[in-house]
Design a binder for this molecule. Sequence first.
Ligand SMILES: NC(=O)c1ccc[n+]([C@@H]2O[C@H](COP(=O)([O-])OP(=O)(O)OC[C@H]3O[C@@H](n4cnc5c(N)ncnc54)[C@H](OP(=O)(O)O)[C@@H]3O)[C@@H](O)[C@H]2O)c1
Length: 235
Amino acid sequence: MTTTALVTGANKGLGRETVRRLAARGWEVFLAARDEERGRTAVAELAGSGLAVRFVALDVTSDESVASAASQVKAAVGRLDVLVNNAGVGGEDGPPAEARVAGLRELFEVNVFGPIRVTNAFLPLLREAASPRIVMVSSGMGSFAVARDPRWFDLVPPGLGYPASKAALNMITVQYGRALDGIRINAVDPGFTATDLNDHRGYQTLAEGTDAIIRLAGADGPTGGFFDRKGPVPW
Ligand SMILES: NC(=O)c1ccc[n+]([C@@H]2O[C@H](COP(=O)([O-])OP(=O)(O)OC[C@H]3O[C@@H](n4cnc5c(N)ncnc54)[C@H](OP(=O)(O)O)[C@@H]3O)[C@@H](O)[C@H]2O)c1
């Protein structure tokens, strides 16, 4: 039976590359994007490389949009083997003392509440799969170990939004890992990868940035962990 997968925020960047790599394995992949035009353009580009993937509209901040995406996947294939919660935003930069709560709320709506909303909506379909797994696309910026390591102090200035959102996502992954019986769930740090999120300053290629996502999307492996492309990383 073909493996089915859905990737959120997949019209560009790491999400689109994840879709490309999973579809190249012969999997049946849903490319989920909040904007129909951007999503369908990405599907058409992949079709140009000979890969057939399906578009599904999915805004991770909207209950209605997420429910509708889950219904479409249910109607099309009846189950989901792999969910990749990839959609994310960088939010506003700046020192903690200047953080705007409204801005943080918007960021958390995508990076924290989004993956919860999507995961819970797709759990019934994941439970229909023989070996279901969920990949949470987190970041090393969400690691307490990294945030407290003086070697990073010059490179990464203190900020509340993005690091806190990914730290929250890490804890959410641990708690789902404890609670979900029979569904593997792991957090992934892609590493600093050239995408629109960082104005293409990242030093990794998209292939390198998706290595850990692809590995954790595989049928066998751990649950409740945090990994980069080289293996386990500290929380
Ligand atoms: N690049 C890195 O160095 C790096 C490092 C660590 C972790 N990450 C994580 O990797 C993931 C992918 O990031 P990326 O680097 O590929 O960034 P990207 O190129 O900016 O892609 C982000 C994707 O998320 C989508 N998105 C934003 N808000 C959304 C919403 N409300 N609903 C659905 N989709 C939404 C965007 O859609 P639109 O095009 O419509 O805005 C876009 O498709 C993120 O979770 C990010 O935090 C990236």
